[in-house]
Design a protein around this ligand. Structure first.
Ligand code: GLN
Length: 500
């Protein structure tokens, strides 16, 4: 007999058991995603012979597209496929993308042909992630009753899974690629994504009615052929994405257009809802807008902080040697894994005592931690030697602090999207949440480029000063954003109605 929604949502204890199934599927998916992400720039520079600045722009473009497609993936899940079919289709596309990279690359005789395979594989991954990433997060939200105070804790645990995958994939793939072969590393991503999909396929029966197709369950009056059209349409768009990612000017245009279009679409959809629901959607938009700012600062980690790490850091923490780029890429995930469950339990503990801060205050705190972290990145300049190299320990401390900022905003953001959106808009709103990350990534690249010392032959000390000046600026803007959020919290609280 099929489990009912009530049986799932009336679970005992801290976490519903279905959360663990989604946890593992998402963990392997993130392994594949971050594994690839960690290889992109290195691959482009060393194998496709791109210049570093071109590779950086190209990297930014792929990241922006990946997150922008989550909006489209969320939209089609709501209207046509449902979350389960979206996940399955997204997973298949991601596996195909990794297989293209694993089998195509290296065999090609010319750089041009290698580039072709590379962008083809990447485009499959972009569309696949669009169908997978937002919808698995929405399914987590569906495991909870509307007012279940354990929801944020659930998202925190889920977030720890994301980061276990990110840590393992981010480390393993690039190491295998550098020391053995690129094909093997991309092949590993394909294998791991297959594990994710198999985990999902075998556990989806335990999800009761969650994520079923709105057409098949009669919630939408769409036709069955819409489903096939979605599959075909998503394949047909792949060559278009290939062209757009390869030429970063097109990414600019895409970014100018997609945001306003999604807003128009949202306002169009809002007509169908009552005043209370409309207000909740407006509150969700406030969170989304602030998250763009947050990611624009936070995502320096993939760009400017990575360059800062390779140029300006020594390699010791408490007498032990570490690769500064390795620390830059993995310390945040490690801290998330350790602290996400603890913070999740802290929220549950506080809520039992009726003193859990509400979401808007948590967001405000997120920005305050962000500011403290960027002040700490700035402070590295006071520990520098005359060679322009500074302390890896202080740098790691900044990552420790930024992790708390992320934990106050990112898992909580996922959770609040599922609370503020009416059922038929859940996928779209989750997609909008991730679209904010797309803009964040995009702006992060621009901010990072602005921090580079104008003098090409700058000494390491000059580079250190130029980057840390930039980090101080970001810290100031982060404080201002945090204070603004806390100041407008009464207004946003009103918009949120009964949602905390
Ligand atoms: N690191 C998180 C993840 O991969 C959040 C990413 C984001 O929203 N920018 O899910």
């Amino acid at each position: 007999m099929q489990t009912t929604l009530e049986e799932i949502q009336d679970f005992k204890g801290k976490y519903p058991k279905q959360l663990w199934y989604l946890f593992f599927s998402e963990m392997w998916e993130r392994f594949c995603f971050y594994g690839m992400r960690g290889m992109l720039t290195v691959f482009m520079v060393s194998q496709l012979m791109m210049k570093e600045d071109v590779a950086n722009l190209q990297y930014g473009a792929t990241q922006a597209f990946v997150y922008a497609f989550t909006f489209i993936g969320g939209l089609f899940a709501d209207k046509i496929l449902g979350f389960r079919k979206s996940l399955f289709w997204g997973g298949l596309l991601m596996i195909t993308g990794s297989c293209i990279l694993a089998f195509g690359l290296g065999k090609a005789q010319t750089v041009e042909l290698n580039s072709f395979w590379f962008f083809l594989g990447l485009s499959f991954t972009i569309v696949g992630t669009g169908f997978f990433k937002p919808n698995i997060s929405t399914m987590v939200g569906a495991l909870y009753h509307e007012n279940d105070s354990r929801r944020d804790a659930g998202f925190s645990l889920f977030y720890a899974g994301i980061n276990i995958g990110a840590l393992l994939g981010g480390y393993a793939c690039v190491t295998i690629a550098k020391n053995y072969s690129w094909n093997l590393a991309f092949g590993l991503a394909a294998i791991v994504m297959t594990i994710s999909l198999i985990t999902f396929v075998f556990t989806q029966r335990k999800m009761g009615p969650i994520g079923l197709s709105p057409i098949e369950s009669g919630k939408s009056n769409g036709k069955k052929w819409y489903e096939y059209a979605t599959y075909l349409g998503s394949l047909a768009i792949i060559p278009v994405i290939m062209v757009m990612v390869a030429k970063t000017e097109y990414t600019d245009w895409f970014m100018y257009i997609i945001g306003p279009c999604t807003l128009i679409y949202l306002f169009y959809e809002m007509r169908k809802y009552n005043a209370v629901e409309k207000k909740k959607l407006l509150a969700a938009l406030v969170f989304i807008v602030f998250s763009i700012l947050f990611w624009a600062f936070f995502e320096q980690s993939g760009g400017s902080l990575n360059l800062f790490a390779s140029n300006n850091l020594n390699d010791t923490i408490m007498g032990m040697h570490f690769d500064p780029n390795g620390i830059n890429n993995s310390s945040n995930s490690l801290f998330v894994i350790i602290f996400a469950p603890l913070l999740g339990l802290l929220w549950v503990w506080l809520s039992k005592r009726n003193s859990e801060p509400n979401t808007i205050i948590k967001f405000g705190l997120g920005f305050i931690f962000l500011a403290l972290a960027f002040y700490t990145f700035y402070a590295t300049r006071f520990f520098a030697g005359s060679d322009g190299k500074t302390s890896l320990e202080i740098f790691t401390m900044a990552y420790f602090i930024i992790t708390f900022g992320e934990l106050c905003l990112s898992p909580i953001g996922l959770s609040i999207m599922t609370k503020l959106s009416p059922q038929p808009l859940q996928g779209v709103m989750m997609g909008m949440w991730f679209l904010a990350s797309a803009y964040g990534q995009y702006v992060a690249g621009i901010l990072g480029a602005g921090m580079v010392s104008p003098n090409e032959n700058a000494s390491l000390t000059e580079k250190l000063m130029s980057y840390t000046d930039g980090y101080q600026q970001l810290a100031i803007y982060a404080v201002i954003s945090g204070v603004v959020l806390i100041a407008i919290s009464p207004l946003v609280k009103k918009l949120m109605g009964d949602v905390k």
